[in-house]
Design a protein around this ligand. Structure first.
Ligand code: MRU
Length: 386
């Protein structure tokens, strides 16, 4: 493989091969390897093992994944109809049942990023619209089971493609709103990877940085390494450096030092779920960065596609935080184990930053300021009106 990492699509559908292609992000930056996902198990594994990660990218993978699974399921069903194992009129029921099972399975791969369940819900609604329970087609006409399924599969493709296209457009707009909050020459700190590798293009927290780079803003970016899985070192530093952005890698415990030295003018982070009161779940360590930023009066901005706003979750305490295996802390990325055998390990993948530490939440429909219980609703109203 050659070229910049930014030349690759983070997630791509290969319709001819009926597979989802992702970059295996666990191998970056050393190796750029594309892998194909075809089954629900492969999709689940890729998301759980963080081969594909970042809230928006997980959502797009799940959406394309459900399309790929649907195509395979439709093929199986056609064979069963042809061999007489299944009556044509029973085909939609079987399709819906298996679709539901696979959807719930994929939804169980990671709990914190709302984009996963959000994208799966959109796919489910697209299926229900194309395949209503009364057995009629979308147009109300009664067709054969196989003909109905053909239309349903086409509708699922359209929905998955729309989710991806919206993600690209959303990230572009986040970049414009984000850039309006920074000045030429600013020092920016970011945590984890909310970059192109976490989305379909541009990233969320990195989108203002890429746009600023294009416009000659001469930004100095500090990327937190992000223990334990090193998304900042392996992914953010890598993609920003590949783009030519001035990026400096720091360990997580150096944020206080660079802020105290006056090197940081603003913090930009992504998010996995925004609760109705503006509390934000993001990669573990984000809350600490926000607290230090407040100490030095540095604005702390969360870049949040509206797909991550979850008004059904009243506050941060209601967000389920994923716990990950101990070996990510004790062994992973080290040549040999770096902790005593048998030591207890606490490894939450995310934390919740309280809304009081957040200066603004940047969405594709504008910038929300405190009080967030009001401003987030307003943003979603603007979205509804189109
Ligand atoms: O565990 P990860 O790598 O999926 O965590 C990713 C993050 O926390 C990102 O900041 C978040 O998903 C936003 S990505 C635009």
């Amino acid at each position: 493989m050659s070229g910049s990492i930014l030349d690759y699509n983070t997630v791509e559908l290969d319709k001819n091969d009926n597979s989802v292609i992702i970059i295996d992000q666990t191998l970056l930056p050393g190796k750029t390897e594309l892998i194909r996902l075809r089954t629900a198990q492969e999709i689940w594994d890729a998301i759980y093992l963080l081969k594909v990660r970042g809230a928006p990218a997980i959502g797009v993978t799940a959406a394309f994944g459900m399309y790929v699974i649907s195509v395979s399921l439709f093929e199986e069903i056609k064979k069963d109809i042809a061999s007489g194992k299944l009556f044509g009129e029973d085909a939609p029921e079987r399709f819906k049942k298996e679709f539901e099972e696979k959807k719930e399975f994929i939804n169980s791969s990671r709990p914190t990023a709302v984009n996963l369940s959000w994208a799966l819900k959109r796919m489910d609604e697209a299926l229900k619209a194309a395949l209503p329970d009364d057995g009629t087609g979308k147009d109300g006409g009664v067709s054969s089971g196989a003909a109905l399924l053909e239309k349903a599969v086409a509708a699922l493709y359209d929905e998955a493609a729309a989710i991806q296209n919206e993600d690209i457009e959303t990230c572009r707009k986040l970049g414009e709103y984000g850039l309006s909050l920074i000045k030429k020459g600013d020092g920016i700190l970011t945590h984890c990877n909310a970059g192109q590798l976490a989305t379909s293009r541009y990233g969320t927290a990195t989108s203002p940085i890429y746009l600023g780079y294009e416009k000659g803003y001469d930004l100095k970016v500090y990327a937190d390494e992000t223990r334990p899985l090193l998304q900042g070192a392996r992914l953010t530093a890598y993609e920003l450096q590949s783009a030519g952005v001035d990026v400096t890698l720091i360990c997580d415990n150096m944020a206080y030092s660079v802020m105290k030295k006056g090197l940081i003018n603003a913090v930009f982070v992504g998010c996995d779920r925004v609760a109705a009161n503006g509390d934000v779940a993001n990669k573990i360590g984000t809350g600490g960065v926000a607290t230090i930023a407040k100490r030095f009066n540095i604005p702390f901005y969360v870049c949040a596609p509206t797909s991550t706003i979850d008004l059904n979750t009243p506050c941060g305490d209601d967000i389920k935080i994923e716990q990950r295996p101990a070996d990510e802390v004790t062994e992973m990325w080290y040549e040999r184990r770096m902790a005593p055998d048998g030591v207890k390990v606490y490894n939450p993948a995310f934390d919740v930053t309280d809304n009081e530490y957040i200066s603004a939440i940047i969405t594709e429909y504008g910038i929300a300021y405190p009080p967030y219980d009001v401003s987030l609703k307003n943003i979603l109203e603007i979205k509804k009106k189109g």
